[in-house]
Design a protein around this ligand. Sequence first.
Ligand code: HPA
Length: 267
Amino acid sequence: MLEKAVEFVKDKMCDFKPQVGIILGSGLGELADEYSKFSIDYKDIPGFEASTVAGHKGKLVFAEINGKNVVMMQGRFHFYEGHSIQKVVFPIKVMKKLGVETLIITNAAGGVNASFNPSDLMVITDHINFMGQNPLVGKNDDSMGTRFPDMSEVYTPEYVELVKKTGKEVGIDLQEGVYMALTGPSYETPSEVRMARTLGADAVGMSTVPEAMVASWAGMKVIGISCICNSAAGVSTVGLSHEEVIKAANKAKDKFKILVKEVIKKL
Ligand code: HPA
């Protein structure tokens, strides 16, 4: 299936060669609309499926941004949609085979760190996989990565520094911290958020970790950026809703776009 998907996409790309991959999280898909050169609907790609989440489209979008050839996922596959963890990471393997060297993963997340505010952007320095799933379980494809991959630097340290430096240069205040992934789709209870904080998390969310693990395994450089869309349960006294998350992402999307574009320029 992977070979089929790669062949299908390569055929549509003609001589376009993507160097950078971006996964656009909830409410952050505008970058793709703005720069799109051409796109392919997920439903047409072997092994992909249509996206089911509000705020997520289902397209691979190809573009040139600041001199770099980029392939963007406008919409991703979430484990909570009922997809297998293999399905969630399938597009990352496709990107690797297309020649993508650097993957920028973005998401909407809940702020666990009490000093974070809604619409803050957080550079991910590390993650905690609390999904109870590891996308690398199963037969190992030795052509892509090793059986027992090192996960000590999933988020490429020099790129964490690059993102922070870029934020300073363009006047965007950035938070940094550890992202914990849970399966969702329910938001956390206040006790679970307390647990996340105790275990060292600064933000919680329902994505990113499987994709980052596979990208790291496959030798890609990884950048993770969370849009802190709400204070996670118990940090704030109000209840959570997906609408609130999308609203905060919308508020952050302009600075998010500026940051990502500037980072791409420097890769
Ligand atoms: N928890 C988990 N995922 C999220 C949240 C949250 O509070 N906000 C946005 N995605």
